[in-house]
Design a protein around this ligand. Structure first.
Ligand SMILES: Cc1ncc(COP(=O)(O)O)c(C=O)c1O
Length: 372
């Protein structure tokens, strides 16, 4: 029949059939085709190839979540006795993995604040296997200076990994900054519609087979339906991100001037401590910001409850604006002392700006602030 589908079918198959045993043997030995979907699946390969091209790396690997991508990529590159240096402000799940799980495997983890470039370099000089970065950070939007850190780590023969979820491939080009392995929680901007849990690793050929083997063994592979939705998301990524960048900047300026707001954390504001690094390193300031309401925990909770267009929810990066109080969810597990050290106050609100009309979002924030 003439005519082929514009949209590729979703390959909902766990396994693949062969006409001859020799063909199956060949695929098992050479990986020149499909054999079992925990190894590879055509729908997953399609989105992997698109993302790899977007990030500028040879290859990408799809995972069942951002955490599956992070843990698999790290485990594939450490052994007992390894030393991992990471930025302290990493995502909570990553922090637990680095801090609680790796030491059980006799792997040392050193955590340093992401803005202390010189201190991180001093630690790098003592030796390491992996430099693990995440920037911009959650929820204060601090920006680590990737290039000098990557350079110092490479001089020591280490692998540089970056969780670039908050920036997405549009606002940051890690390959140009010396990053070897880029990780995304595709649950966020890449999926973009709050309807999948997925992750990706992007890397060049030299790292691919090793991570592929660990993915096959640990089993955290992306499912074909998520691959289909991630591919659909990636097709609109650039226009969504541009809109989210624009909306977030306008909201940051509005909040910055509001009398009931104590502080705004957005790397696009000149008052942000890492503004200069962000200007140099990023192509857009992103759709994430956080701010402190002038009041205590209960006043802030009341403000949250009054939001009508912006939804009270965790997660981020989708078309719908979401807000939460880090103290009640993403950072609830931290002791009050560690929370204070991390700069997470009881009046802090994190906002993931969506693609709605910005006037609607500003109006929503304004009316909720009026009730505080
Ligand atoms: C920066 C960052 N990295 C990784 C993750 C983990 O991703 P997932 O929830 O898809 O496992 C998250 C989740 O919020 C995140 O914000």
């Amino acid at each position: 029949m003439k005519g082929k589908p514009v949209i590729l079918p979703v390959h909902l198959t766990a396994t693949y059939k062969f006409d001859k045993s020799d063909d199956l043997i060949d695929v098992v030995q050479t990986r020149s085709g499909y054999i079992y979907s925990r190894w590879d699946n055509p729908s997953v390969v399609e989105v992997e190839n698109r993302l790899a091209a977007m990030e500028g790396y040879d290859k990408a690997l799809g995972f069942g979540s951002g955490m599956a991508a992070i843990t698999t990529a790290i485990l594939a590159n450490v052994k007992a006795g390894s030393r991992v240096i990471a930025t302290q402000e990493v995502y909570g799940g990553t922090y637990e993995f680095l801090n609680d799980i790796l030491p059980k495997l006799n792997i040392e983890t050193v955590l340093v604040n992401c803005w202390k470039t010189q201190k991180i370099i001093e630690e790098i000089e003592k030796g390491l296997s992996i430099l693990y970065l995440e920037t911009p950070t959650n929820p204060l939007l601090r920006v680590a200076d990737i290039k000098p850190l990557a350079q110092a780590a490479h001089e020591k023969g280490a692998i540089v990994m970056l969780d670039s979820t908050f920036a997405s491939p549009i606002n940051q080009h890690p390959i140009d900054l010396g990053v070897d392995i880029v990780i995304h929680s595709a649950t966020k901007y890449l999926g973009g519609h709050h309807d999948i849990t997925a992750g990706f690793v992007c890397c060049n050929h030299q790292h691919f087979d090793n991570i592929w083997t660990y993915r096959k063994i640990l089993g955290g592979v992306m499912d074909p339906m998520s691959a289909f939705l991630a591919l659909r998301g990636i097709q609109t990524l650039e226009i969504r991100i541009h809109r989210q960048n624009e909306n977030a900047m306008k909201i940051a300026v509005f909040l910055d001037q509001h009398e009931k707001i104590k502080a705004v954390n957005y790397p696009g504001l000149t008052s942000h401590p890492d503004y200069e690094i962000a200007v140099r390193q990023m192509l857009g300031f992103g759709g994430m910001l956080s701010f402190e309401v002038n009041g205590d925990f209960n006043k802030t909770k009341h403000f949250m409850d009054e939001l009508k267009v912006i939804k009270l929810a965790t997660s981020l990066g989708g078309v719908t604006s979401l807000a939460n109080q880090p103290i009640t969810n993403t950072h609830a597990a931290l002791s009050p002392e560690n929370r204070a050290k991390a700069g997470i106050s009881e009046s802090l609100v994190r906002l993931s700006v969506g693609i709605e009309q910005v006037d609607l979002l500003i109006h929503d924030l304004k009316q909720a602030l009026e009730t505080v």
